[in-house]
Design a protein around this ligand. Structure first.
Ligand code: PBG
Length: 325
């Protein structure tokens, strides 16, 4: 035998010399859940190790993350029921929980990148990402755009460095870009949820925010899990409309989509390792069925191998600690 691939795996020094992908804390974005209150951390049942944090606790958490090298967080506010309305106006309240959380993190840690989500579901009494037509139940695209733009401006005014439209309305990236620019926020990045699928993997997230749709599902706006080519169509649109980073969500079941976008665009690509993916790994490792630490790092590395530049993951802190060992 002349050719023996095992020679390149003979010991750790050789392996590390030929290693194609490396995971570092800088690759990670930590999604964090925010609630009203003080000194409050409320555990999320279906996401062991994750909690909803009051703003003061959020700031503490961000300090720890930053010290570990995780320098971007994505905030998800849990809005109180009495503030949820059909028009989701709380989404652009400059004194609302979302804006206060963004401001608090930026004040405490000016160099921490703060990403703010754009979508109406946490603020909507219908639990949908867009405005619902009361007669037909249709999710109204163009009416929703106006509110998303207000939300984006509110978030950028509060100091958000990145806005992440996760609503999947048509034309939102261009609409939001224009609105941001008209309000002197030309430096605010848009990380578009480009290929966001109508997925069963969002269950624990919806529990954390109590944001599940009251009626129906999200299949008229989120993508059909059967489709790969359609992601390229969404990517071309988002790129043309001015997105700075394209995201694929969920992550693990859609590694092929990450790979395809990597071939199709020169924009940076983000993977969202979502709540259900987190829950599965935690559930199996709690039972002793898999090795928690190994599976976390292997999973995150798989996103880089597929072509992602950055990874939104609830494992961010744990992985950064493992990588720092
Ligand atoms: C809402 C939104 C969702 C997630 C991020 N933003 C849920 C949904 O679309 O229902 C899910 C994230 C996760 O599961 O970790 N626009």
């Amino acid at each position: 035998m002349m050719i023996r691939p095992r020679r390149n795996r003979r010991n750790e020094v050789i392996r590390s010399m030929v290693r194609e992908n490396i995971l570092t804390p800088h690759d990670l974005i930590a999604p964090l859940f925010v609630i009203e209150g003080k000194s409050s951390r409320i555990a999320i049942n279906s996401m062991p190790g994750q909690s909803r944090l009051s703003v003061d606790e959020l700031v503490k958490e961000c300090r720890e993350l930053y010290a570990l090298g995780v320098k971007c967080v994505s905030l998800f506010p849990a809005i109180e029921d009495n503030l949820k309305t059909a028009d989701a106006r709380e989404a652009y309240n400059p004194q609302g929980l979302n804006a206060r959380a963004i401001r608090a993190v930026k004040e405490a840690l000016p160099d921490m990148l703060v990403m703010a989500d754009i979508a109406l579901d946490p603020y909507s009494s219908d639990g949908h990402d867009g405005i619902v037509d009361t007669k037909t139940g249709e999710i109204l695209n163009d009416v929703t755009l106006e509110i998303l733009a207000k939300q984006a401006i509110c978030e950028a005014n509060a100091g958000a460095d990145i806005v992440g439209p996760s609503d999947m309305m048509d034309g939102r990236v261009g609409f939001i870009r224009k609105a941001l620019d008209q309000n002197s926020h030309h430096n605010a990045l848009i990380m578009s949820y480009t290929a966001k699928y109508a997925s069963g993997y969002y269950g624990p997230f919806r529990e954390a925010l109590d944001s599940a749709p009251k009626k129906g599902d999200k299949k008229t706006y989120q993508m059909d899990p059967a489709n790969g080519r359609e992601a390229l169509r969404e990517a071309a649109l988002d790129e043309a409309e001015g997105a700075d980073i394209l995201m694929v969500k969920p992550g693990l079941p859609y590694l092929d989509v990450i790979y395809r976008l990597r071939q199709a665009t020169n924009l940076p690509i983000a993977a969202y390792n979502v709540s259900g993916e987190y829950a599965m790994i935690k559930a199996a490792s709690e039972r002793g069925w898999i090795d928690n630490d190994k599976v976390i790092l292997e999973t995150l590395l798989s996103f880089k191998r597929a072509g992602a530049d950055t990874i939104l993951t609830y494992f961010a802190k744990e992985a950064a600690m493992l990588l720092g060992k």
